[in-house]
Design a protein around this ligand. Structure first.
Ligand SMILES: Nc1nc2c(ncn2[C@@H]2O[C@H](COP(=O)(O)OP(=O)(O)OP(=O)(O)O)[C@@H](O)[C@H]2O)c(=O)[nH]1
Ligand SMILES: [Mg+2]
Length: 419
């Protein structure tokens, strides 16, 4: 007979029931910054220890891994692994991760991505579930959340699709919930969704007010336990997935990124050489005119000397021009070949990844930077910040153009090979 389902009453005693004879659950908590991942971790630790709200440890996580945003709000710095047991001995492993769309910039998000994937690479061989934590007080996805979801799906393989759930925090009233499902990416529209008003946060608020007899707090706590019970019932249905897909995707995207940087460097080399070629061609034209002018007065010894000098220079320039042209042809052929290879790599990545294509993440980053630039300009931001955003935007746009070109080149290559 299967074990009884998880209930708020059992969870209040720290009891988790798993029907499949599993003794452990591994959860990745991911999402936008400030949505409540660390608070959810704190709730899980307290509830599974069987503590009552009065006994809650409000900060049972590594405080040295948190940076203070305000006195009551902190931001997680890097991915951190937590292991704890339910009162009846189920081992729970949670990876609390730094949130994306960090106000400190896209580069910081790249570091967060690396910290998450490294933590997975070195600590997990399989994962039971990925819980995307999102803020429930929003009718549809903002640009930022859209960017965050695309960043997350870019590191997750599609083999994990059934193991992903979206937990909307700051909210617990399903009837009043108006989130527009259509705004979610197709891959996540069928993901399990749940709502939570985190009692850890409410507990902090509750303790801050003088009157400590708030029945609504205890009702809220009960609602949260029910939501957690549903989550554990869902976790119980899951087959853990190997993390090899995440690691493979990371390896592939690192290769694409490094090959892209190499090509971009080669492209700026081409631009420099083309400039040089242009300069030499103009100088060649000028020398040709000079030589022609002296040629018509060749009886004159001074004119003869000048004519010979011009002819010598003409030869030197012509040799240099053909050397540069040879270089340019060779580099351009290499670029074309590498671009098509990147496109092929990106296609392989797309077959594995939840995000669909490799370029989608780059597009969303461009869009986010454009919005950021618009709002910084509107707010009258300082010139240095604006210059930095513009430079990042330019870099990213060039990279996006290259990736789009790579996709076309790869298709053409396949077509040519097939034909
Ligand atoms: N009202 C309410 N506040 C919440 C809830 N969950 C989290 N918070 C508050 O939101 C703020 C951010 O919570 P964190 O748990 O630090 O968010 P995080 O996702 O870990 O943030 P990063 O580490 O920056 O990614 C804190 O002030 C929490 O108290 C919730 O369900 N309801
Ligand atoms: Mg956090």
């Amino acid at each position: 007979m299967s074990a009884p389902a998880n209930t708020a009453e059992l969870l209040a005693k720290g009891i988790v029931n798993l029907t499949r004879g599993k003794g452990c659950i591994t959860i990745l908590l991911v999402g936008e910054t400030g949505t409540g991942k660390t608070s959810l971790l704190a709730l899980l630790i307290n509830v599974l220890a069987g503590r009552s709200p009065a006994e809650y440890d409000l900060q049972p996580y590594d405080l040295s891994n948190e940076t203070g945003r305000t006195e009551t709000q902190t931001q997680t710095n890097s991915a951190r692994l937590y292991q704890f047991y339910s009162a009846n001995g189920v081992k729970i492993t949670v990876l609390d991760t730094p949130g994306f769309a960090d106000t400190r910039g896209l580069q910081r998000d790249e570091q967060h991505k690396a910290s998450i994937v490294d933590a997975i690479r070195y600590n997990f061989s399989e994962v039971t579930a990925v819980i995307i934590v999102a803020n429930g007080i929003m009718p549809r996805l903002s640009f930022t959340t859209d960017y965050v979801i695309s960043t997350l799906t870019s590191i997750l393989p599609s083999s994990l699709a059934n193991n992903i759930s979206i937990l909307f925090t700051h909210f617990s009233a399903p009837l009043a919930w108006f989130f527009d499902n259509i705004s979610l990416p197709v891959e996540l529209r069928h993901a399990k969704r749940s709502l939570l008003e985190n009692p850890i946060t409410m507990r902090k608020k509750y303790l801050a007010v003088a009157e400590q007899n708030d029945r609504s707090y205890y009702q809220g706590h009960q609602t949260a336990l029910k939501a957690l019970a549903h989550t554990f019932n869902w976790l119980d249905t899951l087959q853990p997935e190997p993390t090899t897909g995440i690691i493979l995707l990371d390896d592939q995207s690192k290769k694409i990124e490094s090959d892209t940087s190499t090509i971009l460097a080669r492209m700026s080399q081409v631009a420099k050489k083309s400039g040089e070629l242009q300069r030499l061609m103009s100088s060649l034209e000028a020398i040709k005119l000079t030589a022609k002018a002296y040629e018509s007065a060749l009886g004159n010894s001074e004119a003869q000397k000048r004519y010979e000098e011009a002819s010598r220079q003409l030869n030197i320039d012509e040799e240099q021009i053909s050397a540069i042209q040879r270089d340019l042809n060779q580099i351009s052929a290499e670029i074309a070949e590498s671009t098509a290879n990147i496109g092929t790599l990106a296609e392989r990545y797309s077959e594995l990844s939840l995000s669909g294509t490799f370029t989608v993440q780059c597009k969303k980053s461009v869009r986010l930077l454009e919005v950021h630039l618009e709002s910084t300009l509107a707010k009258g931001g300082d010139a240095e910040t604006i210059k930095q955003i513009q430079a990042s935007l330019e870099q990213l746009t060039t990279k996006l153009a290259l990736l789009e070109q790579a996709a076309i080149a790869a298709k053409h290559k396949i077509f040519t090979h097939a034909g």
